[in-house]
Design a protein around this ligand. Sequence first.
Ligand SMILES: Nc1nc2c(c(=O)[nH]1)N=C([C@H](O)[C@H](O)COP(=O)(O)OP(=O)(O)OP(=O)(O)O)CN2
Ligand SMILES: [Zn+2]
Length: 118
Amino acid sequence: MVIYKKFAFDSAHFLPNVPEGHKCKNMHGHTYNLTVYLEGDLDTELQWVMDFKELKDVVKPVIERIDHQLLNDIAGLENPTAERIVVWIWEQIQPKLPLLSKLELNETPTSGAIYEGK
Ligand SMILES: Nc1nc2c(c(=O)[nH]1)N=C([C@H](O)[C@H](O)COP(=O)(O)OP(=O)(O)OP(=O)(O)O)CN2
Ligand SMILES: [Zn+2]
């Protein structure tokens, strides 16, 4: 069984390593949408994989670290591509979510990154 929960955060960023003239060298912002997927068996008694509230309690503090921030200022996010951000989030939450199976991060309505671990 796969369950998921969605989160959103608003952050500013710029991509320092792109060539001069690339639009993403300029600071700009996104409303990021994150979907967290867990995969596991149903608990026989509760008939769920994990309480969505417990899932939220793990992910929300991590989202709060990056919401309304300049991502480039955060350790590990000096080059905050969607790919780097999704790995960074994985590294923060995976130790507390052993059933974590996939993260999907949408940077815009048309672009994003999916990470399933190493
Ligand atoms: N592989 C990656 N490519 C790009 C990233 C990234 O994180 N990984 N990031 C950017 C920029 O942050 C940019 O803000 C998003 O790019 P883009 O999808 O081109 O945004 P648009 O709003 O212009 O998209 P359209 O829907 O095509 O208008 C760039 N590349
Ligand atoms: Zn961007």
